[in-house]
Design a protein around this ligand. Sequence first.
Ligand SMILES: NC(=O)c1ccc[n+]([C@@H]2O[C@H](COP(=O)([O-])OP(=O)(O)OC[C@H]3O[C@@H](n4cnc5c(N)ncnc54)[C@H](O)[C@@H]3O)[C@@H](O)[C@H]2O)c1
Length: 416
Amino acid sequence: MTAPFVLPGAYAAPVNELKVALIGCGGRGTGAAFQAFNTGHNIKLVAMGDAFKDRLDDSHKALLEKFGPDKITVSEEMKFVGFDAYKNAMAEADVVILATPPGFRPMHFEEAVKQNKQIFMEKPVAVDAAGIRKVLKAAQIAKTKKLNVVVGLQRHYQANYVETIKRIHNGDIGDVINGQVYWNDGGVWVRERQPGQTEMEYQMRNWYYFNWLCGDHINEQHVHNIDVANWIKKGPPVKAEGTGGRLIRTGKENGEIFDHHVLAFTYADGSVIHSECRHFPGAQNRVDETFQGTKGTAYLSAGNYGTLKDWKGNVLYDHDRKNQPNPYQVEHDKLWEVLFNGEYKFADADYAASSTMTAIMGRYATYSGKPLTYEEALNGTVDLMPETLAWDALPKVMPGPDMYYPHAIPGKTKVI
Ligand SMILES: NC(=O)c1ccc[n+]([C@@H]2O[C@H](COP(=O)([O-])OP(=O)(O)OC[C@H]3O[C@@H](n4cnc5c(N)ncnc54)[C@H](O)[C@@H]3O)[C@@H](O)[C@H]2O)c1
């Protein structure tokens, strides 16, 4: 066991070395570890945790090749595999990177806070209201313990968003009364069912297609754009209504998630944000956010766009798109600087939970085909997590005899 992180109390105490554990060693977790090391600070990766040995080993190999044994000190005993891996890996470190599929985030975040860890965690932060409530509770405890929490909603660390939204909040386009947020693209990977695989392993390998793990693509991807709307509106909407379904992606290999969701989110001041996400290969791709205010318009996107115009078309602000830093790097640069200074600065979990809850509320509305309020959604009692986490345990959603999974039917499905 390592010594606990020196918590900043009356004074900030600079730190010479920090030990990090990576929980969820897939694409993003490995990427986040790269970004941590690219900060140039004296960081050691001391433990790794993953449900699967092969995923952990691939990640370890890539990190070792790039950063060498001085930085990647993970011994065989410090490679933890399985559903309980997170607890053991966390115990070895001062800082944790939580990058599993989001279904596990509430459980992992709660444990990281319990173990007094400094935290970088990926979005979304849950898949259902039960998970969100857990995250909100742990977020409060993290604040009292002064544990830094950075969440990978990296637009908050991207200069075009920060600068443009600052100007929107200053009133440059008046009151924002309308908006449109999009994540429309072709969709994601499928991992073929393997002979001998248990249902639990199949779903874990194909986590994207199961709500207890992913929360549907409205949660997994579109949360980024919904989060921008909430950031601009300074809080979540009060109501969601919308429609969605499975139009194109209807195979056995596509689990239970929808391939499109279209919603109107109404905010407390009566303004309405249109939200749209779809996975239609070959159709138009669009991932961005637009807003209309009483005095003008805003256009934002992850491609470093941030433009404000008045209603005559005059440009009020146009963010310089050249030489912009990578926001995935910026979030780590900022976090690790604060950690090495022994400071407490970041508490991203609250807004991440409310943006994630908004995406979940959107899914509840499209799955049920009925409008619902944020309060109703947040108080929903449906908990998607299986009763038992083990390779031979059964998830709550199971395929029928034809190996197709049941999915929501608007008008019939009860979501909360
Ligand atoms: N901020 C961004 O732009 C961004 C981009 C990509 C992914 N993400 C997020 O990162 C997370 C991971 O996505 P990914 O693309 O890396 O997926 P991935 O499948 O590549 O990696 C997930 C890893 O977690 C492991 N895992 C699953 N359950 C686990 C458990 N209970 N305990 C320990 N390990 C477990 C898997 O085996 C896998 O190695 C998701 O929440 C995703 O939304 C964020």
